[in-house]
Every structure is written in C-alpha cells, then in structure tokens.
Design a protein around this ligand. Sequence first.
Ligand code: FAD
Length: 468
Amino acid sequence: MKSHKITGQDFLKESGRQSSSIQLKNGSRVGVVGGGPAGSFFSYFLLGLSDRVDLKLDIDIYEPKDFSKSGPQGCNKCGGIISETLVQHLAAEGINLPASIVQRGIDSYVMHTDVGSARIETPLHEKRIGAVYRGCGPRGTEIGRWDSFDGYLLKKAIEKGAHIIKSRVDSITFIDDFPQLVYNHPEASKQTYDLVVIAHGINTSSLPNLDKIISGYRAPGHSKTFIKEYHLGSEIIEQYLGSSMHVFLLKLPRLEFAAIIPKGDFVTVCILGENIDKDLVSHFMQSPEVKSCFPPNFALDGGSCQCWPSINTRGSQRPFCDRVVFIGDSSYSRLYKDGIGAAFITAKAAANTAILQGIATEDFKRSYWPVCKRIDSDNQFGKILFLITKLFQNLRFTRRAILKTIITEQRKPQGRKIMSTVLWDLFSGSSSYREIFLNTLRLSFMGRFAWNSAVSLINISKEGNKGE
Ligand SMILES: Cc1cc2nc3c(=O)[nH]c(=O)nc-3n(C[C@H](O)[C@H](O)[C@H](O)COP(=O)(O)OP(=O)(O)OC[C@H]3O[C@@H](n4cnc5c(N)ncnc54)[C@H](O)[C@@H]3O)c2cc1C
C-alpha cells in the first residue's frame, strides 16, 4: 500500500518556500538541554512532525532531575496553575492530563483586600483551570500519592521516541560548525549534534559563555520570587479555601501578585514582584487577609518546603544561531503568568521551524523569532495592566470600587461581567494581555467603575479617612 507521508522537501515545494541552507536529514541528531515543559514539548512536537514527513531523527533530552521524587529533587519551582487555554491546547495535541496529576480543579477566585473580599466564579461557568505539582509534591508527600506534571510530559516525549540522559550539561562548544554538548556521565561525556535546543530555564546557572559562543545572544531578565508549601489536610483546605485560588490586592511595596493555591493536602503560597525578600514575605504572611485563609493560630513560619525561584521579566535577545535555538524560559515567557503556556508556544514554533523550514539562523529568524516578538509585545500590555493594578492596589477608594464592581457583577445571574472576566483572565493567564487590556476599554465598564470609584471616594471622605 502506498504511504500517505509527505517529505519535508515536498512540503516546501507545495508551500512555495525556499529550501534552507541547513536541513535536518534522516538520522540527524538533536540534543535538548533540559527536560522541563519546554524541552519535553519540543521533543514531542519534533518527533510527531518528523514522523509525518517521514524523517527519522534521534533525540537526546538531558535532564538531571528525578521528577518521581517529592521536594526539591523533583521540583521545577512554580505555582502550578495550568490555564484553560493550555488545557485546551494540550487536549488538541492528544495530551490529556490524568486525574493523578491535577491535584485540584480551580473553579473560582477569591480576591482579598483590606476592605473586604469577593468571590469571582468562572465567567460563563465553563472555564476550568488545573493546579498541579511539577514534581511529586512538597517534602513529606506520601510516595505515589500524586504524579508529576513535568514527569508526565517527559514520559510523553519518551513514548514518541526521545532518549533521556540523566545528566546535567556543563557546556556547549562548536566542532566544525556542529554544536557539541559536554556533560558528566560515566559512559560518555561529549556528544555532537545537528541541532541543539536550549531549554534549561532560568533557575539553574546557565551554560557558561553563551553570549560569546552565540553571536548577539543575551540571556532573559528575571526577578526573585517566593514559594512556600503548607500541609493543611484536605478537610481544613475545604473549610478555609475550597476549590478557589485566593489572590490578594494589598498595599505592600514591590508586591505585584500574590496567591494561595489549594492542591491535594497542601496549599502553595506564591509571591511575585520586584525582588521579593524576607521582609516583604513576613509582612505579607502576617497580614490579616492572609491569616484568614488559615486556621486560627496556624504556625505560618513553619511549612513543608520553601524556595526563592526566579521568574522572567524580559525576553532574551537573538535566541538562535545556525543549529542552536533557545525555547521556554531561556527564550521568551509571558510576564508573571502562564509560563508553561509560553513554553508550549515557543517549543511548538521551534519544532515547526526545524522541520518545515530548516535549522539555519535565517530560518529561525523568519519563522521562530516573530512568535517570540508576539509574546514580547503582548507583555508590554501586561506591564500596563500590572501598573494600573499597582495604582489601584495603593488607593483605598479604588480597592473598594473594584470589590463593589465584582460583588454587583457576581450577583447578576446573567449579562456581561467585565471586571470579573478581566480579573479572571489576569489571574489565570487564560487570555492574552492585549485582549484583557482591550476589555478594560469598554465604555460601559469604564462608566460603572468610575461611578463606583466616585461613590467609594465620597464614602471614605464621609468616614473622615483622607489619609490615602
Ligand atoms: C513563583 C513562580 C510561580 C509560577 N507559577 C506559574 C504558574 O502557576 N503557571 C505557569 O504556567 N507558570 C508559572 N511559572 C512559570 C513557569 O514555572 C516557567 O515558565 C516554566 O517552568 C518554564 O518551563 P521551561 O521548561 O522553560 O523551564 P524549567 O521549568 O525551568 O525547566 C528547565 C529544566 O532544565 C533542567 N536543566 C537546567 N539546567 C540544565 C543543564 N545544564 N543541563 C540539563 N538540564 C538542565 C532543569 O532541571 C529543568 O528541569 C511560575 C514561576 C515562578 C518563579
């Protein structure tokens, strides 16, 4: 029977594109540095596409972590929220997250401020986001209780045919124009590849001298954050947090976003902002709004695990050259949100480019770089939104007005709930920042919010509280 597979060259001919100066061929070798979401997504897509164009590739993924372990050994330090958009994208690619990975489906947000709190139900009553652990849970998690999100993705890549090398890559060099990875392993210590994909994120020291080896490359900018895990038990979590993610609009300097996320028997506290330090963490944890999410007298200075990971605040520069491409956090990510979604997008774009265009600088520039730039320009809208949120966070009357607008919207059984949708999308990362920004410009929304702000201002003046 005749095969229905098309070759890469057929595809190029049909699409009228020019053949690249450097192409992957049958038997080409690909080395992927890092088996987090970006590295696994890339390998999964590359092997899927290469099979469709009848190309046999050999992929090695280098990953020193063991995702079957709980605690820091198996963890890639993250809030673990999987946006609805990503859940849908994964399903479309045949990746359906099993129940053993999704510790909890989040069906609402509770926004806490010093002037009260309000619950935001999923807009349209259909959006659902998942809370996962990147490893097998914090220190002390019962073995086999939960499965790791990163481990599951890596398994998907292995099922497609990728090989895993459980080792850290120490450096990259070029031998006769081919990239070579140097690593520490008893059986071998150097491998030369046709293509190297750098997906090592920003939370370990990056490979040395990348900016000297790869002309024009500059590493992404980042900022320090804080994550802490508490074991509360499922009954207490049900009583105090339910299936809601709790977010905080508090007047604390340098705080951009803070959340408490229920997961299985644990809750994850995540604090993002400008170089988060012990002082800010302590102020946040001692605030009455945060304490109200825990049982009275709960020891908040205890906890199972804590870490200070970095988060991307600026994209890299020129994240590619002949035979090398950077993806995920090492390249471009979404500002403060949906980093795993960005890893999916950059990994897919790089795999498409490598198979359907080529692996030369000009191929990545033509086909991969525009995807990175789109993430970057969307982040500019994100910066404006976070600036506005910060302003509102600092003014008591706007904090009140936001709450009032949400409460009024949530009481309505039907009709547009723009503030609720804007905040839902901002917290979950389910829409682009551009869409969220454009939503805030609707006249009806601005009118209602301006009215609620004016009422709050008058009430505060009447109460004699003019201090803020
Ligand atoms: C506080 C905080 C909260 C966050 N919350 C969320 C959230 O709720 N939802 C969301 O979508 N995103 C969130 N993110 C962002 C998300 O964690 C990242 O965007 C995502 O993990 C990027 O995936 P990656 O594969 O590019 O990098 P990583 O996940 O960092 O994976 C990199 C992998 O490379 C391996 N590695 C590193 N160096 C080497 C080497 N030299 N050799 C071989 N392997 C190496 C590492 O072991 C690791 O497994 C959060 C980030 C932070 C800091």
